[in-house]
Design a protein around this ligand. Structure first.
Ligand code: PLP
Length: 432
C-alpha cells in the first residue's frame, strides 16, 4: 500500500514500521523523530553480500557508504554484518574507529582531505585511502614515510559517464570536482607516480558515477571504461592492479511510480561485464568493491512529525506545518527530492487532499513536499515522511537553533534510542 517494504498498517489504522506502531513511537519519544527498521537494514546488507558471493564468488567486498547515515550503532551493525565502511571525513572515521571497526575494512574518500585527516587514516591503518589528486598523493606518501608505514591507496577516476540523474549528484563526468580525468592522461600520470613512491601501495582504482541511478547501463559502461584503463596500465607499466572499486549510487523507490532495477540484477549484469571484459582484455578479474549507501538505509527509515497548524489559502494551496523541516531534512529545499507522506494515525484512510508540507524554519523554501497527496489532517495529527533513512539525519543542521531529532531503531517491534535528541545545552555548548 505504501512505498517501503518495512511499513504496514495495524488494526487501529496506525502506520507501523518494523512491527512498531509509529503513533506510539511519536508519543514515547517525541517528534520530530527518525525511525529505522534494523531488520530492513540488515536484510539490505545481506542481499548485497549474497550477490557478491553469487556473482563474484565472494571475490569482493560490500562497503557501506556511511555518509548516507552515520552513527555508532550503524557502524556496529556493519561490523556485525562483516562488511566494510566508507568514510568521507575525520568525523566519520572517528565514529567508525570508536566502536572498534577494523581499520583494514575502512575506505576513506574525499576530494580535499586535510593533513590531520590523512595522518589519522595512516596512523590507524585505514585499508584503502581513495586518493583524489596529485597533491594529496604526495602528502600521503610523505606522511606514511614519516610514520614508517605503507598506505594502501586507490585512485578516484572520472570515467566520463553521464548517468541520468539529477545534475547535483552526477559525478562521473569530466566537469566534476572529484578525482582524476581519464581523457587528459591525468589518471595514467597519477598511476605512474604512485608506482614510483615507496610509501604508498596502489591497490586499484575507484569510480562512483552518481547517486539515485535507476539504469544498469551506466554502471556496465563505467566498469568497461575502468577495465580498459587497467589494460593500458598493464601495457605501459607491467603492473596488474588487483582491485576495482565500482562505487555506489543504486537508486531506491521514493514514489510508487518509480521503478529502480533490483540490486541483484545490477550485480549480475555488471559482474558478467567485469568477468567477460577482463578476460577479453587479457587481465585478471579484479577483487571488486561496491559502496552502497542510500540503498542500504534509505527505505529502512522514516521521519515522524506532529502537525502544528493547517493553513488553507483559497485557490492557492494548503500548507500543513510540521514541527521539523529543512533542519532535519534539507533534501527538498536542496534538490526538490520526492517523498511519500502519510498521516500515521489515519494510515488506513484515503489520501484525498493535495497539500504542501512546510517546515518551521524561517525560510519560504523550507518545504518537505509540494502538491502531495495526504489524508485530511488537523493540528495534533502525526505525519510520517517515508524513505528518509538516507541523507536526512546525516545532512541535518541546527539552522534557527532547532535541536536535531533523536534516532530510534526498531527491531521486531521493540524500539531503542540510538542517537539522543539534542538539547539546548548542547546547541550552546561551544558558545563563549
Ligand atoms: C555517496 C557515495 C557513495 C554512496 O552513494 P549512494 O548513492 O548512497 O549509494 C558511494 N561512494 C562514494 C565515493 C560516494 O561519494
Amino acid at each position: 500500500m505504501y512505498v517501503s517494504d518495512c511499513i504496514s498498517v495495524n488494526d487501529c489504522g496506525h502506520l507501523t514500521v518494523g512491527g512498531a506502531d509509529t503513533v506510539k513511537l511519536a508519543k514515547s519519544f517525541g517528534t520530530p523523530l527518525y525511525v529505522f527498521d534494523e531488520n530492513e537494514i540488515r536484510k539490505n546488507i545481506r542481499a548485497f553480500i549474497r550477490s557478491m558471493n553469487e556473482f563474484y564468488n565472494g571475490n569482493g567486498m560490500v562497503v557501506y557508504a556511511s555518509k548516507a547515515f552515520c552513527c555508532k550503532e550503524m557502524c556496529r551493525i556493519c561490523m556485525q554484518e562483516n562488511i566494510g565502511i566508507d568514510v568521507v571525513s575525520g568525523g566519520e572515521l572517528y565514529t567508525a574507529l570508536s566502536v572498534g571497526f577494523p581499520a583494514e575494512k575502512i575506505v576513506f574518500h574525499g576530494n580535499n582531505k586535510t593533513r590531520e585527516e590523512l595522518v589519522a587514516a595512516v596512523e590507524n591503518g585505514v585499508g584503502r585511502i581513495i586518493v583524489d589528486n596529485l597533491t594529496e598523493l604526495e602528502t600521503l606518501n610523505e606522511i606514511a614515510a614519516s610514520q614508517g608505514k605503507t598506505a594502501g591507496i586507490m585512485f578516484r577516476i572520472k570515467p566520463g559517464i553521464d548517468a541520468h540523474t539529477h545534475d547535483f549528484i552526477k559525478t562521473g563526468q569530466i566537469d566534476s570536482k572529484f578525482g582524476f580525468a581519464l581523457e587528459t592522461g591525468e589518471a595514467m600520470e597519477a598511476v605512474k607516480a604512485a608506482l614510483g613512491m615507496p610509501n604508498v601501495k596502489l591497490r586499484g582504482l575507484h569510480c562512483h558515477i552518481g547517486s539515485q541511478i535507476f539504469d544498469i547501463d551506466p554502471f556496465e559502461l563505467a566498469a568497461k571504461v575502468m577495465l580498459e584503463l587497467y589494460k593500458d596500465i598493464k601495457e605501459q607499466t607491467g603492473v596488474e592492479l588487483p582491485e576495482l572499486n565500482l562505487g555506489g549510487g543504486f537508486g531506491i523507490k521514493y514514489l510508487e511510480s518509480e521503478n529502480p532495477k533490483p540490486y541483484g540484477e545490477y550485480m549480475k549484469n555488471v559482474s558478467a561485464v567485469v568477468k567477460s571484459f577482463s578476460h577479453e582484455l587479457g587481465i585478471k578479474t579484479p577483487f571488486v568493491l561496491i559502496e552502497p549507501g542510500r540503498s542500504i538505509v534509505g527505505a529502512a527509515g522514516l521521519t515522524l512529525y506532529t502537525v502544528g497548524n493547517v493553513k488553507n489559502i483559497p485557490d492557492i494551496r494548503t500548507y500543513v506545518s510540521i514541527d521539523g523541516g529543512m533542519g532535519d531534512n534539507p533534501r527538498y529545499a536542496l534538490y526538490k527530492a520526492d517523498y511519500e507522506i502519510v498521516c500515521a494515525n489515519k494510515a488506513n484512510e484515503e489520501r484525498t487532499e493535495t497539500v504542501t508540507v512546510a517546515g518551521k524554519c524561517c525560510e519560504s523554501g523550507d518545504l518537505i513536499q509540494e502538491n502531495t497527496k495526504l489524508q485530511p489532517v488537523n493540528a495534533g495529527d502525526i505525519l510520517a515522511v517515508l524513505s528518509t533513512g538516507a541523507y536526512n539525519y546525516s545532512m541535518a543542521s541546527n539552522y534557527n537553533r532547532i535541536a536535531r531529532p533523536a534516532v530510534v531503531m526498531v527491531r521486531d517491534g521493540e524500539a531503542r534510542v540510538v542517537v539522543k535528541r539534542e538539547t539546548y545545552e548542547q546547541i550552546t555548548a561551544n558558545d563563549v
